[in-house]
Design a protein around this ligand. Structure first.
Ligand code: OAD
Ligand code: ZN
Length: 381
């Protein structure tokens, strides 16, 4: 950056355009903000992993699967869509896409912790649609558990909150739920934890779930107070007498905390297990990375490939190609079809009720991209 900016003809704004930054950002947010953003973006571009030239084809991918023994699998919502669970960003069916169609300008705010604390009903109004109602797993889940059975699965880092990995037999010791899950819920005030299912009724009914412990404590306190005091605790500021005027009437009304499912919201730190396992263990030992069914738009998961040793190959499996992360091989199609074909080429049998007998796929090259391949199922008719 310093080199470039020495030239008078290159302004920070012009340099920023080379990294996709809208020059108007400086006018709107000021120079200091703009320069911080530029440094960040340039730093990111600098750290972006480079594609390994020797791996390009689907057979290279199958050979890697056979050869490697400590595989990291990073998954997202795309591995559950074949079960009828929507993902977030797909063009018409994604959860966020649908919310935008309903008039939500920034649908990701539903999962923003600051928004949640301000107005939890926005989340509770929509949360019912996200509950894990499905009790089956996809062929892709099964493929990951097949890797585990073969002793090759180092860790499945899932961003999903549907808990279907356990159902497919992926052991807790091999699984990191990067964005938490609905398995438990915690009070935002007193940190009381309950089983997630305890608040499902409120989520389904679109009502905010409040903490039972907070509620009990408030009731106990109120019962222990004299009737006069009780009135003052409930209706008045504790520090004003009944004779004072009512200006602070709402200030200290004891209210129970709101329960939040233990899924990671924007603005919240990922679980410690994520950082511990990735940095202290997997970063050093992983020999192959498979990224399946995620748009890789949400950090820090989207940054994981850039922190792994350069020689570790990365394979991407999803419907749409990506270019903001450099993958060595991109296998494009429904992930259930792709993993079926990969397993077949590796000489393994992937058995699942959704894979009928005689199932076959077609693999086609993508013009102009020697490491992109389209995979789709061959239909009988
Ligand atoms: P996205 O919806 O962003 O991405 C899903 C990706 O999977 C898209 O690229 C789809 O094209 C692709 N896809 C969908 N169905 C597929 C299929 N059957 N086969 C292959 N690919 C398919 O979902 P995530 O990347 O998981 O956070 O989103 C990341 C995070 O954003 C989520 O964990 C969620 C959200 O905010 C929380 O819930 C906290
Ligand atoms: Zn509480």
């Amino acid at each position: 950056m310093r080199e470039h900016l020495k030239h008078d003809d290159i302004t920070p704004q012009l340099l920023g355009t080379a990294f996709g930054i809208n020059p108007e950002i400086q006018d709107v947010y000021g120079e200091k903000f703009y320069m911080r953003l530029l440094v960040n973006v340039v730093d990111r571009a600098h750290k972006k992993r480079e594609k390994l030239k020797q791996y390009n084809t689907i057979d290279d991918a199958a050979a890697l699967l056979k050869e490697k023994k400590q595989i990291m699998v990073i998954t997202g919502a795309g591995i559950s869509t074949s079960l009828g669970i929507p993902d977030f960003r797909s063009k018409t069916s994604g959860f966020y896409t649908k919310l935008m169609a309903q008039g939500y300008a920034e649908p990701e705010q539903v999962f923003d912790i600051f928004e949640f604390d301000e107005n939890p009903s926005a989340f509770y109004n929509l949360a019912g649609a996200l509950l894990p109602e499905v009790r089956t797993f996809s062929p892709t889940h099964k493929f990951i558990s097949l890797l585990q059975d073969k002793g090759k699965l180092q860790t499945n880092y899932t961003q999903n909150i549907d808990n279907l990995e356990q159902l497919a037999g992926i052991r807790p010791a091999q699984l990191i739920q990067c964005h938490g899950s609905f398995a438990t819920a915690t009070c935002r005030k007193c940190e009381f934890k309950v089983r997630g299912s305890d608040i499902f009724p409120e989520m389904r009914a679109k009502q905010v779930a409040y903490c039972k412990r907070c509620t009990e404590r408030i009731a106990t306190k109120a019962a222990a107070s004299t009737p006069k005091k009780q009135k003052s605790t409930i209706y008045r500021n504790r520090y004003t007498s009944d004779d004072d005027d009512d200006t602070n009437i709402d200030d200290d009304i004891p209210t129970p905390g709101v329960m939040k499912p233990d899924i990671t919201f924007f603005g919240e730190q990922l679980p410690d297990t994520f950082f511990n396992r990735f940095t202290n263990r997997d970063c050093k030992t992983v020999d192959l990375v498979l990224v399946i069914g995620t748009s890789m738009k949400v950090a820090p998961v989207s940054d994981m490939p850039n922190h792994l040793p350069k020689q570790v190959p990365h394979i991407y499996i999803s419907r749409e190609p990506v270019d903001h992360v450099n993958f060595d091989i991109q296998l494009l199609g429904n992930c259930d079809d792709v993993v079926f074909e990969l397993a077949r080429r590796a000489g393994w049998e992937l058995m699942h009720a959704m894979i009928p007998p005689g199932f076959q796929t077609v693999v086609e090259p993508v013009e102009g991209k020697e490491h992109h391949w389209k995979v789709f199922r061959l239909l009988d008719d």
